[in-house]
Design a protein around this ligand. Structure first.
Ligand code: PLP
Length: 362
């Protein structure tokens, strides 16, 4: 048998979560965000399971081309646009949608003699201050684009900084106000996209023409006060491994690198084939929840590159070969993330390529 760590990807859960999104957004079109190898779940596997969506969003041109070549005919959006003028050729050839977020991109685009009908997402910075044109520049940029090509399709896009945080509702309102300021001066109706997962759940008024869910499709919650399960979502990734050795600690024995965990009584310890080189967070402290044979226990001692150690007190039947669930079904990834002082996004996206993934039949 090979090293026992596995990531199980439940394709039925992906479709269930898509249905949950659909119920929240009614008629808005859904652009599934499958950047970062679909948040660690596998680009093509996830795209196939979510084939019913209206569009996909990725970062790299290569990922977009992979989707097109696999036969997906939906709009595919490049969330950061292109990085050099050479990429515009391929965007045209593969009929991709691109974000335009800065003057450098705008100049490159306008210098290009496109043959196909361009379809761009004009990113407006309404207060996140990461990517996008200022709202007051928006209309002049729109005019330049329309002068360049009268047949151009444009969607206005913005991104919220604080949609997950109930205490920051004012910030969302400010961003909406800035977006609306651009729209007031404009003639005609231009499609809009604003909402990520958190805004889909918290701010129905932001759904507009396209929503851009990421994390909720994978069954994890973007909200600090609720888990995915509580939102009616199902976890898509379940990361499991097995105990490969058992140690018996006496009172005052120390465990692992740094020796920081000290046994306060004799105890059994399970050594699990999972470490930070697999994507398990090294900063997860003693006490982080783990399941052994489906029973809840805790991580103890420091996580090392290829192994971690768990408390087997009270789980007498567990031994070498016992199944260990690190997150997923039965143990929300949000709980592990909180314990490691990070977010579920980081844990899922950091799954190492060395972990073998197994998908349920789609
Ligand atoms: C990643 C991303 C999303 C998805 O965010 P979630 O919080 O995972 O729903 C949406 N829009 C943009 C621009 C993104 O970069």
């Amino acid at each position: 048998m090979s090293r026992p760590i596995r990531a199980f990807i439940n394709c039925a859960a992906l479709r269930h979560n898509l249905a949950v999104v659909r119920r929240h957004v009614h008629q808005a079109r859904i652009m599934a965000v499958i950047k970062a190898d679909a948040y660690g779940h596998g680009l093509l596997r996830v795209a196939r399971a979510l084939d019913a969506v209206d569009g996909f969003a990725v970062l790299e041109l290569e990922a977009a081309i992979q989707l097109r070549e696999a036969g997906f005919s939906q709009p595919i959006l490049l969330l950061e646009g292109f990085f050099s003028i050479e990429e515009i050729e391929a965007i045209d050839h593969y009929r991709l949608n691109t974000v335009i977020h800065c003057h450098e991109q705008l100049s490159m685009l306008l210098a290009h003699k496109k043959t196909g009908k361009p379809d761009i997402f004009l990113k407006i910075n309404t207060g996140m201050n990461r990517l996008g044109f200022r709202p007051e520049e928006g209309n002049s940029v729109l005019n330049r684009l329309k002068q360049w090509r009268t047949d151009i399709s444009i969607t206005l896009m913005t991104h919220f900084a604080c949609a997950d945080d109930l205490l920051e509702a004012d910030h969302v309102d400010q961003q909406l106000g800035n977006f609306a300021r651009l729209e007031e001066k404009r003639e005609g109706c231009i499609p809009r996209t604003l909402a990520n997962s958190a805004a889909i759940l918290r701010y129905p008024g932001t759904h507009a023409d396209w929503v851009r869910p990421g994390i909720i499709l994978y069954g994890a919650s973007p909200l600090p006060d609720k888990t995915g399960i509580e939102l009616g979502l199902q976890p898509v990734m379940t990361l499991t491994s097995r105990i490969i050795a058992v140690q018996h600690l006496d009172f005052s024995d120390r465990l692992g690198y740094g020796g920081q965990f000290v046994a306060d009584q004799p105890m059994r310890v399970g050594v699990v084939a999972a470490g930070y080189a697999d994507g398990y967070p090294r900063h997860a402290p003693t006490g982080t929840p783990v399941l052994v044979n489906g029973r809840r226990t805790r991580l103890i001692g420091r996580v090392s590159m290829d192994m971690l150690t768990v408390d087997l007190s009270g789980i007498n039947e567990a031994g070498a070969g016992s199944l260990v669930t690190l997150w997923g079904e039965g143990l929300p990834v949000e709980e592990v993330a909180r314990s490691a002082q990070t977010i579920s996004y980081e844990l899922l996206a950091a799954l190492s390529p060395r972990v073998q993934t197994v998908s349920s039949i789609p």
